[in-house]
Design a binder for this molecule. Structure first.
Ligand code: TXA
Ligand code: MG
Length: 310
């Protein structure tokens, strides 16, 4: 569409001037800036109120572009072939000659990278001569944004431009896999753990929760709607929003279904949208029905547990 092309051009104009732009991805919206620029990446941390110690994901168009900044390996190639472009992030060793701003990865020896699938963002990446650093487009510790409106709600006029790509297809963040030593899943995401296991012929582990883990959205409080969240609830209290996935005979107007057909992928897609809506309706607390801990249900539970910690 003509309109899309002119919006992509507009995004490039802002990005070239070291400004942040909201970009659509198939997972959630990102707050993007030139990953090679100190000034541009600095703005991301400011806008998000994000601690400098929490590194960003860099978004690329192709492996050729990636190889300017990172060393790749066999496991990377296997996973790339199976899932890219798509909702998976890799932790790789950064090259000495890389031009990635030190702000992006807190001057570490590793870098988080991904190849988003959303067509508009792919076109934009192809058009630019630098990759895009982009965390989820939300104020730190809050619920991620899955539409242009959500990004607007988070940052108001502080973000110069948002590239509108409709509602994010998955509505949950990418799966993060470290390929530094033995492959390890650092953050559950849109891809089921089993599929990743299969692609690597079982040679992968899931990072266990540890008290002092530094990684992935992995500050304890995260994805918080800013109101109390109670999990594994069978019956909500009066005046409490109730999130559920299984159809019930009784339906109050405080009942919010994540899925019409008890489908976990659909539930994942609707999770952040629903949390945002409940907050807007001024509920003071949220009860959530037990979500089966299988497939994407694992990711939903991971996010809900973090959302419930305040
Ligand atoms: O789906 C997604 O991944 C979205 C879209 C916009 O691409 N992005 C996203 O970014 O979720 P963010 O910043 O909200 O989460 C990235 C996580 C952070 O929690 C960070 O700690 C982790 O990735 N991370 C970044 N660089 C890392 C590194 N070098 N080693 C380990 N973890 C890293
Ligand atoms: Mg985030």
């Amino acid at each position: 569409m003509k309109k899309d092309l002119s919006n992509i051009k507009k995004s490039k104009l802002y990005l070239d001037k070291n400004e942040c732009v909201g970009i659509p991805t198939e997972t959630v919206y990102g707050l993007a800036a030139n990953a090679y620029s100190d000034r541009a990446t600095e703005k991301i941390f400011k806008l998000k109120k994000r601690p400098k110690k929490n590194p960003l994901i860099v978004h690329y168009f192709s492996i050729r572009d990636l190889e300017k900044d990172c060393n790749i390996n066999k496991n990377f190639i296997k996973l790339y072939k199976n899932f890219c472009p798509g909702p998976i992030t890799f932790i790789l060793k950064i090259k000495k000659e890389s031009k990635i701003s030190k702000n992006v990865n807190d001057n570490k020896s590793t870098l988080a990278v991904r190849f988003p699938k959303h067509p508009l963002t792919r076109r934009l990446l192809k058009f630019l001569n630098y990759p895009l650093a982009a965390p989820s487009a939300n104020i730190s510790s809050r619920v991620s944004a899955v539409s242009k409106m959500d990004v607007k709600e988070e940052f108001g006029n502080k973000v110069k431009f948002i590239l509108d790509g409709g509602t994010s297809k998955f509505g949950l963040e990418s799966t993060i896999v470290s390929l530094i030593n033995k492959p390890q899943i650092l953050r559950l995401g849109c891809i089921e753990v089993n599929k990743i296991r299969k692609a690597l012929k079982n040679k992968i582990s899931l990072k266990k929760k540890s008290k002092n883990f530094i990684v992935p959205g992995q500050g304890k409080v995260h994805y918080s709607p800013g109101i109390k969240v109670r999990l594994n609830v069978q019956n909500p209290k009066l005046h409490e929003a109730f999130i559920l996935i299984k159809k019930r005979n009784f339906n109050g107007n405080n009942y919010f279904y994540l899925s019409k057909k008890n489908n976990l992928n659909e539930a994942g897609k609707n999770l952040y949208k629903t949390l945002r809506m409940i907050k807007k309706l001024k509920y003071k607390s949220i009860a959530v029905e037990r979500i089966p801990n299988k497939g994407i249900g694992q990711t939903i539970n991971d996010r809900l547990i973090r959302a419930s910690k305040r």
